[in-house]
Design a protein around this ligand. Sequence first.
Ligand SMILES: *[C@@H]1O[C@H](CO)[C@@H](O)[C@H](O)[C@H]1NC(C)=O
Ligand SMILES: *[C@@H]1O[C@H](CO)[C@@H](O)[C@H](O)[C@H]1NC(C)=O
Ligand SMILES: *[C@@H]1O[C@H](CO)[C@@H](O)[C@H](O)[C@H]1NC(C)=O
Ligand SMILES: *[C@@H]1O[C@H](CO)[C@@H](O)[C@H](O)[C@H]1NC(C)=O
Ligand SMILES: *[C@@H]1O[C@H](CO)[C@@H](O)[C@H](O)[C@H]1NC(C)=O
Ligand SMILES: *[C@@H]1O[C@H](CO)[C@@H](O)[C@H](O)[C@H]1NC(C)=O
Ligand SMILES: *[C@@H]1O[C@H](CO)[C@@H](O)[C@H](O)[C@H]1NC(C)=O
Ligand SMILES: *[C@@H]1O[C@H](CO)[C@@H](O)[C@H](O)[C@H]1NC(C)=O
Length: 341
Amino acid sequence: MAKPSFLPPFMFGLLFATFRVILSAKYSSITVDQSALLALKSHITHDPHNFLTTNWSTSTSVCSWIGVTCGSKHYRVTALNLSSMDLTGTISSQLGNLSFLAWLDIHQNSFQGSLPIELTNLRLMKYLDFGDNSFNGEIPLWFGCFSKLQTLSLYLNNFIGVIPSTLGNLSKLELLSLDGNQISGRIPNSLFKCKELKFLSLLNNSLEGSIPTEIGNLTLLKTLGLGINHFKGEIPSVIGDLTSLVIIDLFYNNLTGEIPLVFGNLTSLRELWLCNNKLTGEIPFVIGKLTSLQVLCLSNNKLTGEIPLVIGNLTSLQLLYLFYNKLTGIISCFFYSLFCY
Ligand SMILES: *[C@@H]1O[C@H](CO)[C@@H](O)[C@H](O)[C@H]1NC(C)=O
Ligand SMILES: *[C@@H]1O[C@H](CO)[C@@H](O)[C@H](O)[C@H]1NC(C)=O
Ligand SMILES: *[C@@H]1O[C@H](CO)[C@@H](O)[C@H](O)[C@H]1NC(C)=O
Ligand SMILES: *[C@@H]1O[C@H](CO)[C@@H](O)[C@H](O)[C@H]1NC(C)=O
Ligand SMILES: *[C@@H]1O[C@H](CO)[C@@H](O)[C@H](O)[C@H]1NC(C)=O
Ligand SMILES: *[C@@H]1O[C@H](CO)[C@@H](O)[C@H](O)[C@H]1NC(C)=O
Ligand SMILES: *[C@@H]1O[C@H](CO)[C@@H](O)[C@H](O)[C@H]1NC(C)=O
Ligand SMILES: *[C@@H]1O[C@H](CO)[C@@H](O)[C@H](O)[C@H]1NC(C)=O
């Protein structure tokens, strides 16, 4: 008969295992973060200013490493900021193990290659800035899985292909910047489901098609940058409903038709770049209602008629470009101390 004071061996094993799980939950999680960051460090091939070389050392806590921020509650890595460190390297798959990471900012470095799918484990991600690096390949479809994402910045990289329609999943997205890549195709309609967007900038890519009227759904939009692409067709008048707009940049496309009259409703507008298109008709007199306007670029179009004198009422105007049109009239740059080109 077994003595009742002893646990059967299997029970003892179970207890021990439980104890181990409790122990590891408490102590190993920050160790997981440490090995994820050390893996990232080992994928950095050039660190010219030695930011990480000695600083990211196991002799000190991960949470005191340069660029690393830990949460006060869980003592796990919540933010990683390696921006402007001139680092060269690739993003290791282990980065996906930083399960509490919500801010990742590595802009202005020379990271290259493609982004590992393991990053999809980072379900708390709110802020991703990969801008000004050398990432290539297509924009991953799985970016659509970051349900808390507010900022997605991929500008100045070598991304090719189309804007994935899965980005329409990002219902909290406020900023999307894809400037200066080689992205082609049309803007997917799903993108206009991202109703929190305040900043949408797709400048200097190879996007085509017309500017979708669904853009009218983005009622919080402050910056709309579609310049230096291959958009054609008319400027949708629904843009005139987006009264929060501060900057409209449609520069250097193939837009035709007239400047919509409803633009006169955009009284917050500070910059209106419509130059280098194929716009026709007259400059609408309602332009005189845009009293916050600092930049008005209409040069290189096919505009006709008189230059409306109301432009003289735009006292904030600093840059006025009207050249290469078929405009007439007497507006003197000297009178309004404007820079005219
Ligand atoms: C690492 O850098 C951080 C931030 O600059 C600094 O506070 C810390 O003392 C450095 N640690 C070591 C070991 O150099
Ligand atoms: C990262 O650090 C840079 C430089 O200190 C700062 O300008 C930037 O706002 C930081 N990024 C985030 C997401 O806080
Ligand atoms: C971290 O990530 C890598 C690759 O994604 C994986 O193989 C590894 O098991 C993960 N866990 C730990 C604790 O490092
Ligand atoms: C989009 O969101 C749905 C529901 O939240 C999710 O099931 C789906 O996997 C997401 N799609 C992508 C590509 O992440
Ligand atoms: C647009 O991007 C190309 C590279 O894709 C670059 O060479 C060019 O200078 C950029 N143009 C502007 C106006 O930024
Ligand atoms: C735009 O908003 C309207 C009305 O809220 C909605 O019916 C439509 O589906 C939206 N379109 C897109 C592409 O989200
Ligand atoms: C505008 O269209 C013409 C003729 O189709 C084309 O040659 C030109 O590259 C286009 N320009 C832009 C900026 O898309
Ligand atoms: C917007 O502009 C149009 C055309 O100029 C005008 O009829 C309309 O009343 C304006 N709407 C608002 C809300 O100002």
